[in-house]
Design a protein around this ligand. Sequence first.
Ligand code: SF4
Length: 181
Amino acid sequence: MPTALNSPRPYEPGPSASGRPACRDADPALFFPGPSKRRELRRVRMAKQICSTCGVAAACLAIAVLNGEPDGIWGGYTTPERQALLWDARCLSRDVSDTVRQLERGQRIRVRPLDCLPVLHALSQRGWSTERVGEALRLSPQSVLRARERARAATDCLTALHNADRTAPGTANTGAVKALE
Ligand code: SF4
């Protein structure tokens, strides 16, 4: 992870991380865009491009989430995107087994908005097609595909969070992991 004047501590790959941070030789300012809107967008795009080639992106993102990093692009995610990812991860932790059972029995029910993502994830894992999930949740196929991608990213983040918690005990704030449980 690059450093900047206001940077959180640099990301140091732990024992579970493999690969080399792709930003090692990049301009740190790219990862901490300033207030200028136009330049900022360009920097965010460039930083995300670098992160997309990084072999330790999942671990980098997990460290940022664990530490509650308030700034910067970590693992290809901006601060608002990390907050959205955490929100999705919390949603995925909801117990929706009753709702899923009802839908599997073919009951026409209205799924509460907060339960939509975990229900969609559970149904997808059971092999339901995009169209069938969309019909059950009253969503367009495009919305189902977007939500599936969000669920996948949140699941990956949860896995990385739990790995980071296990491999670096005491080195990170575990509040984020606890908040998700
Ligand atoms: S994910 Fe991005 S910010 Fe994190 S180490 Fe890799 S290149 Fe650097």
